[in-house]
Design a protein around this ligand. Sequence first.
Ligand code: PLP
Length: 410
Amino acid sequence: MTRTMTPIELEEHYAAHNYEPLPVVLARGQGAHLWDVNGRRYIDMMSAYSAASHGHSHPRILAALEAQAHRLAMPSRAYYNDRLGLLLAELCRRTGLDAALPMNTGAEAVETAIKAARRWGYRVKRIPRDRAEIVVAQGNFHGRTTTIVGFSTEADYRADFGPFAPGFRAVPFGDLAAMAAAITPDTAAVMIEPIQGEAGIIVPPQGYLAGVRRLCDERGVLFILDEVQSGLGRTGAWFAFEHEHVVPDGLILGKALGGGILPVSALVGRRELTDVFTPGSHGSTFGGNPLAAAVGLEALHIIEDEKLVERSRVLGAFMLTRLRAMRSPALKAVRGRGLWVGAEIDPAYAGAREVCLRMLTKGVLSKDTHGTVVRLAPPLVIERADIDRALDVFEETLDEVARHREPAVA
Ligand SMILES: *Cc1c(COP(=O)(O)O)cnc(C)c1O
């Protein structure tokens, strides 16, 4: 090697290529802003898929992290610690549920929910051994473990990672009749996202969650919601289930629970569900450590103290209104709730990645999902002026791609 490799060259050379990052090298973050290695500032319209809902380097999160790191970080759950109970109590108070099981990443909490649902199926519902099924939605995203990608309907997530675990049935998202038809006496649970994030911010028809709740009650099935991305203020409510005045039996949280600093996740549920776990039946070395608990608790307090839920609702409505007023042939549809919006780009004009690349050169960071959707989901602490600036850039970019390219003739 005759010269030092750049950060991009280092990653390209030494990293497995399971991501295709946009060409910017980030070095610093503060609130809704990120800076690259050259000191150029960007507006963050992605917030790490909701993990940075509190904004980057939130001073109260940093203070909680530092204080707890000096006190006690990792004693393991072989012992009680003086932080975990506080986090779990706050999670139960916030959700209206009874008990919680702490993990680290979202996928681990989803796995925890799957185990809980199956055991509940055998021990409470009395489903014959090894027959328990979980009904999921087509287009789901619940993480990347082998069990979870096994019930994904996305070819890329699955290809050549089998054999997969059986016991899942996928039905179209938003379709109550299909859900009703898929439930059998062997169904332990329905597990869905209230709004499908990775599928492109897909909002189901009004009444869908209430309908699933009713169906689950009628058929003796658990209703489990994965709010890893939608929860903790993202949709303009603490939890997306509140929009339809229902409460699930099990709730999966992650991402923003870590305050933008650590992976912190949990399954929160009714006692009947969480009580299926007995000592030794499930665990995690890092799950529930006092460092994560202190950060998670502070993350919840900040959402309350800084009125982040209200900010998401008000600023999200503002963002949607402005986007819906844009008249560009390249913009096919806009959908979302709170500060969580998907803008569907007409592929005749540009791919969503191209739109994101152009926005990057103008100082706005976003990310495409599914080739055609630009994600607009800033940290909930973002100021209205930054949203305005980001939407100016988005509109300018739509103009560019509409001008530079004639649509393909159908
Ligand atoms: C991101 C996400 C997950 C997985 O979380 P990880 O922390 O990446 O494992 C699970 N469910 C939903 C809805 C998500 O958006």
